[in-house]
Design a protein around this ligand. Structure first.
Ligand code: NAP
Length: 342
């Protein structure tokens, strides 16, 4: 395993991070905590030191599972815990809320669930259009100065928003989406992060399972699975993405004696200064790990990948469907129609 230094974080961060969204259960067809804990232990034992979680994942459930796994495993000081802030739960819906009050209360809940007295990396999950970026940044800086978190980050922010945040509270990391099918951050967020010496924890490395090669046209997802509402998984796009996966898998097998899953994760790893997040939730899903290190994709492979994507996917779409909405009371109501005078 290779490691990176995240500014202000003492433990080295592994080049691959374990994502725990699915371990929260909600929107992922349920979950088995004992299996999740074993997966976290397997990841740690194989050299993955960065665990990415969030209060939003199962409304605190994923954080609690991470807390339990770390308490049972020990060696907390060698682990980099990344968690997030800034989403408010109302019933089963999450809304953006990065007010100072929300930040101050959420951090204590996360510390309790994670069973720790510090969070290594604390990221705002989504920008809140109803709160000036500087106000959220000042609140985060206060939490950092209180010693509750070591380093700050933001997720799903634009470059303009990151610049405003960074001027008030120095960022150590950002978290944009990035995988073979979702590459928009290559245009702005990733170069900005690199130019400012920040690490990018890139999410959705396997595009919610699409790039594992185990999903087919006849795959049925459980009722509460978010992929039922993911536009990539709807016809006719779904067939186009599946065709791309098939071609990439064939190429990976012929050229590298590996699968599309290896190709997809290696492609993410080849982006400099990134820590791709891998949403594995069963120990055996981490089996490919040893075959991911010690090689990279050459120019010919990169060209082939681009060609496949261009040819197979006629109407590409990003991960925007998963963006939570603003709090309803912060959305200005449409101005009343002007009175009609005869
Ligand atoms: P992902 O890693 O792209 O894909 C997860 C899916 O891949 C799961 O369905 C899992 O299957 C499957 N999978 C993993 N390893 C596999 C293997 N070896 N064989 C077959 N299937 C395998 O998706 P993600 O969870 O969306 O993204 C990764 C992490 O990024 C998240 O967990 C979270 O920490 C972070 N994230 C952050 C944001 C943000 O807004 N900041 C948004 C999304 C994600 P099973 O379901 O069968 O286990």
């Amino acid at each position: 395993m290779d490691y990176l230094k995240i500014p202000n974080v003492s433990a080295p961060a592994s080049r691959l991070g374990l994502g725990t969204w699915a371990m929260g259960g909600f929107q992922w067809g349920g979950t088995d905590d004992a299996v999740s804990v074993r997966t976290i232990h397997t990841a740690l034992d194989q050299g993955i030191s960065l665990i990415d979680t969030a209060p939003a994942y199962g409304f605190g459930h994923a954080e609690a599972v991470v807390g339990r796994a770390l308490a049972e495993h020990g060696r907390r000081d060698q682990v980099v815990i990344a968690t997030k802030v800034g989403l408010e739960r109302r019933g089963d819906v999450l809304y953006r809320n990065s007010t100072p009050a929300q930040i101050a209360s959420e951090v204590d809940t996360s510390l309790r669930l994670l069973r720790t007295d510090y969070i290594d990396l604390y990221l705002v999950h989504w920008p809140d259009p109803a709160v000036p970026v500087e106000e959220s940044a000042r609140a985060l800086l206060a939490v950092q100065q209180a010693g509750k978190v070591r380093a700050l980050g933001v997720s799903n922010y634009s470059v303009a928003e990151m610049e405003r945040f960074h001027r008030v509270a120095p960022l150590a990391a950002v978290q944009p989406p990035h995988n073979l099918f979702e590459r928009q951050p290559e245009q702005d967020v990733l170069p900005w992060a690199r130019a400012h010496g920040l690490v990018a924890l890139t999410y959705g490395s396997l595009c919610r399972g699409l790039l594992t090669g185990t999903i087919g046209a006849d795959t049925r997802f459980p009722a509460d699975d978010l992929r039922r509402g993911d536009p990539k998984f709807q016809p006719p796009r779904f067939q186009q993405y599946l065709q791309a996966v098939q071609l990439l898998d064939r190429y990976a097998r012929t050229r590298y004696q590996r699968s599309v899953l290896h190709l997809a994760l290696r492609w993410c790893l080849d982006a400099p200064n990134t820590i791709p997040l891998w949403g594995a939730r069963q120990p055996q899903e981490l089996d490919p790990l040893p075959e991911l290190m010690g090689w990279d994709l050459d120019e010919e492979a990169m060209r082939y990948v681009d060609e496949v994507l261009r040819e197979a996917i006629k109407a590409p779409v990003g991960p925007e469907f998963m963006a939570p909405g603003p709090r309803p009371e912060t959305v200005p109501s449409p101005s009343p129609a002007p009175a009609q005078w005869e």
